[in-house]
Design a binder for this molecule. Structure first.
Ligand code: ADP
Length: 635
């Protein structure tokens, strides 16, 4: 038996690839020309990789160090081909890269699709379309490739119908050639003029020359036709090295699609050159839409690192903090060695300064947008606000700056949309109000309807309504903003500064005095279930509420932590009661202690429920409630 690689073998696509292909063909139907951008982008990446690897092993360049991408077409055969003399792929790399989806996030994403093609097609913009976009215009694609520094080449061939073949072949030149056998209805692409215009439109910024054979004018009678020559179609300079005012918005957008593999235009970008002690250029983009894997644990940071225009690495995670992981783009430094590795980046002063500068750039760009184009900023917030909320806990140095970018729901409009900034809140503060009030709950409805807001609503004091999971954690890092304290209305004593009038205070004292006996009875009835029972100043229409200590975690969070298996110390809440509420007035007249105890338990349990907590004895609660209802229906 021979162990040699068989001449030709057939492999099946991964199921997800089939799904992706179908979606892609469907969704890109009206935007077919982008296949060229995607394939040129891959070829350019391959040249970048070769240039990088050749830094330490110049034999890889063989005798062909002029990296370029060549596009050709054949009208008769109805084909378009692209070749590059970049890094190429080994047989194993072809199997791993083409026909497989390695990224577990992409797999999960595809599994979650609904199956309704028209609906799912809208989702495709969330990830790069890449190599498979070839099948949008071609019904057969062959890819021949030889990895730099090796001698074995391989040919991959597929009609996109679930399988592909692999065959060992001879190939003199290093790199990859992709031949697209165009579909009948896509034959328009086998045309020099069309290809040139698409290259200019999408790939002008590619740093390697994209060349095509010139199309000589028809020869005059009796003369010999001119030999066609290589013609460079694109600008082929690194876009980020050009000066800002020479670069059009369209060029910036096209470049974004290349670096980000995103399908849609970016929302914002910032291009800057830093000179002086440290020299670097950064071009940072904010996408319009959150990528599907924003919440995956292994989501990478989207910043490419270049050193003196040579591509060094993707996902240079040290260049931006996690809470800015959605930013795409590149940094090109003149102060790092070309052989810089990830290990070196871990603790490198140059990188630290670039990171500090880049964070400032991104935050500055967001701040400016928030001020000048609030609608645009809102659409940013809707996509990425949740991630920005990780900022205060991660980046202490910029806490105030990040806080100014936050947006919340509030009782000002009582809508779920998060659009209120801390600055807008401060502008609306009542005379005498010194603090910023907020509440956290496990849903918007729970926050909005919380009994803790009753008095504040009556006094028309705005309260920020927070119901994202990250909020409670985030707020533990923001105790102050612009010199104003941030205070949870569900924790600690509610001190309304100067807003409570002397008349209010008198009424309160009188109520407390009258409720003394009632308070004692409830305290006795509840025993050690609560820390304390108090007369509430914050309730106007509910009979009771729970109040936590300032340092306590909100009940709905405690709940989550417990469900996740964390052991939490049992902290006892304080129960506040509203003695002017009819239920409490009724209780006051109840002489039977056992009956009174049932009422008191109900007061406590309903307050726990309103906080999003869970009852220790839900069945007991239901029984008591029914008991009460029966009494009521009899009376
Ligand atoms: P992406 O470019 O987003 O990773 P693609 O589907 O376009 O996804 O490509 C998958 C992988 O195949 C690339 O990451 C790269 O490793 C490899 N690849 C594609 N085209 C080429 C090429 N021309 N030369 C070398 N490798 C390539």
């Amino acid at each position: 038996m021979s162990t040699a690689t068989p001449a030709k073998e057939t492999h099946k696509f991964q199921t997800e690839v089939n799904q992706l292909l179908k979606l892609m063909i469907h969704s890109l139907y009206s935007n077919q020309e982008i296949f060229l951008r995607e394939l040129i982008s891959n070829a350019s990446d391959a040249c970048d990789k070769l240039r990088f690897e050749a830094l330490t092993d110049d034999a890889l360049m063989e005798s062909d160090s002029e990296l370029k991408i060549r596009i050709a077409f054949d009208k008769e055969a109805n084909t378009v081909s692209l070749s590059d003399n970049g890094i190429g792929m080994s047989r194993d790399e072809v199997i791993a890269n083409i026909g497989t989806i390695a990224n577990s996030g992409t797999q999960k994403f595809l599994e979650s699709l609904s199956g309704d093609q028209a609906k799912d097609a809208n989702m495709i913009g969330q990830f790069g379309v890449g190599f498979y976009s070839a099948f949008v215009v071609a019904d057969r694609v062959t890819l021949t490739t030889r990895r730099a520094g090796t001698t074995e080449a391989v040919c991959w061939d597929s009609t996109g119908n679930g399988e592909y073949t692999l065959e060992a072949v001879e190939r003199d030149s290093r790199g990859t050639e992709v031949v697209l056998h165009l579909r009948e209805e896509s034959s328009e692409f086998a045309d020099g003029w069309r290809l040139r215009s698409i290259i200019k439109k999408y790939s002008d910024h590619i740093t390697f020359p994209v060349v095509m054979l010139s199309e000589p004018a028809p020869a005059a009678e009796g003369e010999e036709a001119e030999e066609p020559k290589d013609e460079t179609i694109n600008d082929a300079s690194a876009l980020w090295t050009r000066s800002k005012n020479e670069i059009s918005d369209d060029e910036y957008k096209a470049f974004y699609k290349h670096v980000s593999h995103d399908f849609e235009d970016p929302l914002l970008w910032s291009h800057s050159r830093v000179e002086g002690k440290l020299e670097y250029t950064s071009l940072l983009y904010i996408p319009s839409k959150a990528p599907f894997d924003l919440w995956e644990r292994d989501t990478t940071n989207g910043i490419k690192l270049f050193v003196q225009r040579v591509f060094i690495m993707d996902d240079a995670e040290k260049l931006l903090p996690r809470y800015l992981r959605f930013v795409r783009g590149l940094v090109d430094s003149s102060d790092l060695p070309l052989n810089v590795s990830r290990e070196i980046l871990q603790s490198n002063k140059v990188i630290d300064s670039i990171r500090t500068g880049s964070v400032k750039k991104v935050l500055g760009m967001l701040k400016k947008t928030a001020k000048k184009e609030p609608e645009l900023y809102q659409s940013f917030w809707d996509q990425f606000g949740q991630v920005i909320k990780e900022g205060p806990g991660e980046d202490f140095a910029n806490r105030e700056e990040i806080a100014s970018l936050l947006r919340f729901s509030s009782t000002h409009e009582d809508v779920e949309k998060q659009s209120v900034s801390l600055d807008a809140y401060i502008e609306r503060m009542k005379e005498g109000q010194e603090k910023i009030y907020y509440i956290t709950a496990d849903s918007f409805a729970a926050a909005k309807n919380s009994p803790h807001l009753e008095l504040l609503r009556k006094k028309e004091i705005e309260v920020l309504l927070m119901s994202d999971r990250v909020d409670e954690w985030m707020m533990s890092f923001i105790q102050e903003y612009a010199g104003k304290k941030l205070v949870s209305v569900a924790k600690g004593a509610l001190d309304l500064d100067e807003i409570e009038t002397p008349a209010d205070k008198e009424v309160q004292e009188a109520t407390e005095e009258r409720a003394k006996g009632l308070l004692e009875r409830i305290t006795t009835a509840l025993g050690d279930q609560v820390e304390e029972v108090k007369v509430s100043h914050r309730l106007t229409s509910s009979p009771s509420c729970l109040v936590l200590k300032e340092q306590d975690m909100a009940l709905h969070m405690q709940q989550l932590m417990k469900q996740a298996g964390h052991d939490l110390p049992d902290s006892k809440p304080t129960l506040e009661i509203n003695p002017t509420h009819p239920v409490l007035e009724h209780m006051n007249s109840e002489s039977d202690d056992a009956q009174f105890g049932e009422w008191a338990s109900l007061l406590l349990d309903q307050a726990v429920l309103a906080e999003g907590g869970s009852l220790k004895d839900p069945a007991g609660f239901v029984q008591r409630l029914n008991g009460m209802l029966m009494t009521l229906s009899k009376s």
